[in-house]
Design a binder for this molecule. Structure first.
Ligand SMILES: [Zn+2]
Length: 372
């Protein structure tokens, strides 16, 4: 995910944090220190409220991480590699390298997350009951019990791609013996929940509960978007399973010389309507120049700037072989935010695989239907 930075590694999984989480961290600490804790226990020092707020927010972080770790460890146990967990604004995502192969496996991976949150809630609640109620720490623990209960229950809502939606998909998959159709139904049910959240948000807006209204609308929209995105990704995976890069890449590739100036290259962009040109010298790959890079150079500078000066150097390019699995390459491109890769066979450029090539194919397959 873009805007994320790694924190540490655990069980071979990189735990990274998205910049959006820092906003949540500040917001939670502030609300807890200024509003929640002062209402629960009156007359304490402001610095104590702030410490409670910050400690609680860190414990929320750990709770969310444990939820995601539970999913990840179960996935790894079932043979699905997990490279990283990203914690972002609404919690976390464990990035599965592939989809579960059987409904039973999906069920286990999906359920273990909410189960972990609910167990954490129970443990926190038991500790809360054992300690005397007037201890400051106990307010923190009580809050954690409530939070984990809410996290566990919200994730059980059957709206794909929430955990509950995955449980639903596993059930449908088991009955229908068709993962794609099961996903389509689960995504449809998920979008009903998403529209309900948006409708509820609008209702709140009319009652002048502005912040809560916008919050529900935003959550609903996010749920809808992520459902659609997971479905598109799945269609792609099903469609291109086992298809090599060479079958879908553009083979119509023209190279340019590193010495050309940008006005000359601009003409070539207009003539050929490509998004990028490989840069070669004496048959050797030097780099890649894209229309976006050229756009960033001011018009009057173009005549005395050469391709060499602004191109991406060959050493920074991702190069794949024509026989590589298209799905693998696409997953890698998505993970690294790349829009195209160069396809080479024995030092020879044979094609370019771009996001647009793949999106066109996906759209075609979605229009024609790919249910097998
Ligand atoms: Zn989960």
């Amino acid at each position: 995910m873009s805007g994320s930075f790694p924190l540490f590694r655990i069980f071979g999984i990189t735990v990274e944090i998205n910049a959006s989480w820092l906003i949540v961290f500040a917001l939670f600490s502030f609300t807890l220190a200024q509003q929640y804790f002062p209402e629960q226990m009156r007359g304490l020092e402001p610095s104590l409220y702030w410490s409670m707020g910050i400690i609680t927010t860190m414990l929320i972080f750990i709770s969310v991480l444990l939820h995601e770790l539970a999913h990840s460890l179960m996935a790894i146990k079932e043979g699905i590699p997990i490279k990283r967990i990203t914690l972002f604004i609404f919690g976390g995502v464990a990035q599965m390298e592939q989809e579960p192969k059987l409904p039973g496996i999906e069920l286990k991976i999906a359920l273990v997350g909410p189960a972990t949150s609910l167990v954490l809630a129970l443990v926190a609640w038991l500790i809360f009951r054992m300690l005397p109620p007037d201890i400051v720490l106990n307010q923190v623990i009580f809050f954690l019990a409530r939070l984990n209960l809410i996290v566990g229950l919200i994730n059980l809502i059957p709206a794909f791609p929430l955990d509950g939606g995955r449980v639903l998909r596993a059930g449908l998959w088991q009955i229908l013996h068709n993962m794609l159709r099961a996903t389509r139904i689960a995504v449809f049910i998920g979008s009903i929940f998403a529209f309900m959240a948006i409708g509820f948000g609008l209702l709140l807006l009319f009652q002048f509960a502005l912040i809560w209204g916008l919050w529900y609308i935003f959550l609903g929209w996010l749920l809808y978007q992520s459902g659609q995105a997971s479905y598109t990704q799945l269609v792609f995976q099903q469609t291109f399973k086992g298809v090599p890069v060479k079958n879908i890449m553009s083979t119509n590739v023209k190279s340019v010389s590193p010495q050309l100036n940008l006005d000359q290259v601009l003409d070539l962009f207009y003539t050929h309507k490509f998004g990028a040109f490989p840069v070669t010298e004496n048959g050797r790959l030097m780099g890649l120049i894209t229309l976006n890079q050229l756009r960033d150079v001011e018009a009057e500078q173009r005549s005395h700037t050469t391709v060499q000066q602004i191109m991406t150097k060959a050493s920074d390019l991702v190069i794949v072989s024509p026989d590589r699995d298209a799905v693998d390459v696409m997953m890698r491109m998505a993970a690294q935010n790349m829009s195209r890769v160069l396809v080479m066979d024995n030092q020879r450029i044979v094609g370019i695989l771009s996001n647009t090539d793949m999106m066109k194919l996906i759209n075609m397959h979605m229009l024609l239907g790919t249910e097998k």
